[in-house]
Design a protein around this ligand. Structure first.
Ligand SMILES: Nc1ncnc2c1ncn2[C@@H]1O[C@H](COP(=O)(O)OP(=O)(O)OP(=O)(O)O)[C@@H](O)[C@H]1O
Ligand SMILES: [Mg+2]
Length: 400
């Protein structure tokens, strides 16, 4: 091999002139190679049968010629390097040597010992580099194969992850649905109790009407869930009247939270239309208003809490805000509030899903939601949606 620390390189020297053979062999006394001196081609082939790395051979031998020995060496060891010793560097010899990719020539009689030694050493070095390259290539091929396997495993794992994320998403949604249904259920319960104690028939009728409305919203929510399980299908969109939805949402919160001590103001322009699903837009405002009411109840338990909902159209974009004068949200918490299950409320008081549902719905309609707040300074939730082109055909039209 010719490099320190590696197996000894095997150098076969062949010459039929004993003096020259002795001279050549002596040049490698003390060299790092395993040197074998052969007086003819037959000896050389026998020596090469036991291994050859570099062959240094006379071209003209009585039994087997040097060129033939080069071929033999290559059969034994495909990357064997060969050097030819010739009496004169004829064109014929040069061509043959080139054809066989002989490493170099040495002209006889070899006068410069150092030149011969250097050429042999270079042959060993070239061979070492070729072998290094080959082993590197082999390692790269193996590594590549390993990487391909890893990639295949990763792709498989990713598919599993996507699947479990989808399942987790359905789990989150199911919990959210339970959360959403619990509000109207709570309202129905309160109204049913009120009906039991109410003698005024007109009030009872009003309560009954509200119960029907709550039941409808539960039905809508259930329909949403079945809609989600068919997520791949194209959803049915309607033109939503924002003013009405906000009004419904605020009313729902007022009923379920008993917000006598907070002032709720709604400033929503008429004629704001949005391509969406009514129950989803309602969910957005129910959650935001519910949070706002819960927030102001915390800081103003005896009154003074204010919640303001606004909506208007600016340059074809719907801007809606839900503002409160509650405790506000610290800057570092603002990035977390839209995460599922993030809540600062006591166990049993909040699931931490409200804002996550809001975020999902808003982004689903390519809208944006952001919060402006500072501790002690209340909070403003800003929503933006692309406005629907126009009032729907089935909306009540003004007299012409
Ligand atoms: N208007 C607000 N003012 C102050 N903090 C708020 C406001 N809205 C949300 N937060 C904070 O964000 C958290 C997450 O709100 P989110 O609506 O997602 O869950 P939650 O209200 O805690 O529980 P729920 O699932 O019942 O809605 C709240 O716990 C609260 O700390
Ligand atoms: Mg909430």
């Amino acid at each position: 091999m010719g490099e320190p620390g590696e197996a000894k390189g095997r150098l076969i020297i062949v010459d039929d002139e004993p003096v020259v053979l002795d001279l050549l062999a002596s040049m490698f006394d003390g060299s790092p190679y395993d040197v074998v001196a052969c007086a003819n081609g037959t000896e050389a082939t026998a020596a090469m049968d036991r291994g050859v790395d570099v062959l240094l051979t006379d071209k003209n031998l009585p039994d087997i010629g040097g060129i033939e020995l080069v071929r033999y060496a290559r059969r034994i060891q495909a990357d064997a390097e060969c050097l030819i010793i010739t009496g004169y560097a004829s064109l014929d010899t040069a061509l043959q040597a080139m054809e066989l990719e002989v490493f170099d020539y040495i002209v006889k009689p070899p006068k410069d010992i150092f030149d011969v030694r250097r050429k042999v050493q270079q042959a060993f070095q070239k061979q070492w580099m070729v072998r290094q390259n080959r082993s590197l290539t082999d390692r790269i091929v193996t590594k590549n194969r390993e990487l391909e396997n890893t990639l295949a495993k990763l792709t498989e794992l990713q598919a599993e992850l996507i699947q479990s994320e989808k399942l987790a998403g359905i789990g989150t949604l199911a919990a959210g649905i339970a959360h959403e249904i619990s509000s109207p259920l709570f309202g129905i319960m309160g109204l049913a109790e009120a009906i039991g104690e109410e003698d005024d028939l007109s009030l009872v009728r009003g309560y009954a009407k509200d119960i029907v409305e709550y039941t409808r919203s539960i039905r809508d929510i259930v329909q949403d869930l079945s809609g989600y399980s068919r997520a791949a299908e194209r959803e049915y969109l309607t033109t939503v009247d924002l003013a009405k939805v906000v009004e419904d949402a605020v009313r729902l919160v007022q009923r379920t939270l008993k917000v006598e001590r907070a002032v709720l103001r709604v400033e929503v322009e008429d004629g704001l239309w949005l391509q969406a699903r009514t129950s989803e837009v309602q969910q957005v405002f129910v959650n935001l208003v519910k949070n706002a009411v819960e927030a102001v109840t915390e800081t103003h338990p005896h009154g003074g809490g204010e919640v303001r909902v606004t909506a208007r159209k600016v340059d074809g974009v719907l801007h809606a805000t839900v503002q409160d004068n509650g405790p506000g949200i610290a800057k570092d918490q603002q990035a977390l509030i839209f995460d599922p299950f993030y809540t600062t409320k006591a166990p049993g008081r909040g699931t931490g899903l409200g804002l996550n549902i809001v975020y999902r719905i808003v982004t689903k309609y390519r809208g944006t939601i952001s919060v402006e707040s500072a501790l002690g300074a209340g909070a403003v939730f800003n929503l933006r949606f692309a406005a629907g082109d126009d009032r729907p055909a089935d909306a009540p039209s003004s007299p012409e």
